[in-house]
Ligand binder design. Structure first.
Ligand code: HEM
Length: 90
């Protein structure tokens, strides 16, 4: 089967910030991941991981653990790619 990839505008990423029962999405280099299921397993704790929820997490990530292979770890939770607001899926 072909995986379905969502075109995610900045407003949707911002909405899914892990607060108020919403999923925790984060983006790395244009790819969007739902890290909700990983929150309880993050070695640095939920609170730290949530700092990158609803936004691009690359800067924070590189500050704390540039040696961690985010691409292989997050692959299964990839939900889509970032696009400009006007190019989003309906
Ligand atoms: C530790 C994964 C995002 C803060 C770790 C470790 C892994 C990991 C594997 C253990 C590293 C080691 O011991 O060498 C991830 C993944 C992330 C992510 C997959 C992306 C979804 C973040 C973010 C922050 C953060 C955004 C916030 C700044 C930390 C801290 C530790 C840590 C502070 C150190 C915990 C300690 O050793 O006491 N993370 N992380 N992480 N992470 Fe993350």
């Amino acid at each position: 089967a072909v995986p379905s990839i969502l075109r995610v505008p900045p407003s949707l990423l911002k909405l899914n910030n892990g607060r108020h029962g919403r999923p925790a999405w984060t983006s790395y280099y244009g790819r969007v991941y739902d890290v909700t299921a990983y929150l309880p397993f993050h070695p640095g704790g939920e609170k730290e991981l949530l700092r990158a929820a609803g936004r691009d997490g690359a800067k924070l990530f590189e500050q704390v653990h540039p040696w961690v292979n985010w691409e292989s770890m997050l692959n299964v939770w990839m939900v889509g790619v970032m696009v400009d607001e006007q190019d989003a899926d309906a």
